[in-house]
Design a protein around this ligand. Sequence first.
Ligand code: FAD
Length: 237
Amino acid sequence: MQVLKATVAEISPLTEYVSKVVLTPEQDAEFAAGHYLQLVLGEKDKRAFSIASSPSKKNALELHIGASGADSYAMQALDHLKAAHTSQTQVDLEVGLGVSQVRPEQARPLVLLAGGTGFSYVKSMADHLAEINYDQPVLFYWGVKEESALYAKAEMEAWANSRANFQFIPVVEHASEAWMGHTGYVHQAVMKDIVSLEPYSVYMAGRFDMIGIVRDDFITHGAQREFMFADAFAFIK
Ligand SMILES: Cc1cc2nc3c(=O)[nH]c(=O)nc-3n(C[C@H](O)[C@H](O)[C@H](O)COP(=O)(O)OP(=O)(O)OC[C@H]3O[C@@H](n4cnc5c(N)ncnc54)[C@H](O)[C@@H]3O)c2cc1C
């Protein structure tokens, strides 16, 4: 874990509820794809956010923060970042946390599974896997409630088009009639597409209730527990 100070270079909206934040650390940040950082608000108050950018970008850390409700965990963090941006003061970070970073050395086909802003966690991995020319199949599933939440759809389609072994599959829970793709819960789309998850490593992020359900359903669908990765596992039973 690395303790860093950073300035807030940018805060901009990705959707009505999700903000992109770019932090400029005062020294190069060291982390692996899939790690998270903590924004330090107080000695005992540290807020976890996945790093959306690839580890090759050591001097610009991108976060995607989903915040609604004035006093929510994420909104308080966003308010702290906005105040630092306005006053051009530094924020305190702990970088390179988590145990669910991508493990390309295992050379297995991958399912990257994101629910909502869990997208941030798998986006870093997707970019990293492209940079290292990962040659196994990579299936990137992104589940959202409404189509309007797919703020990086065009970018991910371009990512998938860049390699024959990459696929991007957006899944909309409550889709409009015009939507041509998968609907419902994102992990159910995975189970429809893939007969058995036995050969796959699965990396996932989303709401805690989602992660518990996905873990259990995927194990029933053949996934091996030692090849399933989510930092949320540390927070749930
Ligand atoms: C280490 C760590 C890092 C984190 N990093 C971030 C971060 O960078 N940014 C951030 O905003 N939050 C972060 N969080 C908080 C948490 O991951 C988010 O609250 C979560 O991703 C928010 O999802 P959402 O509200 O966007 O999903 P929603 O919009 O509620 O759901 C999106 C999709 O997820 C699936 N889903 C949701 N609920 C269920 C369910 N019960 N069963 C099956 N599928 C379901 C569905 O496909 C649904 O369409 C982090 C938490 C931890 C522990």
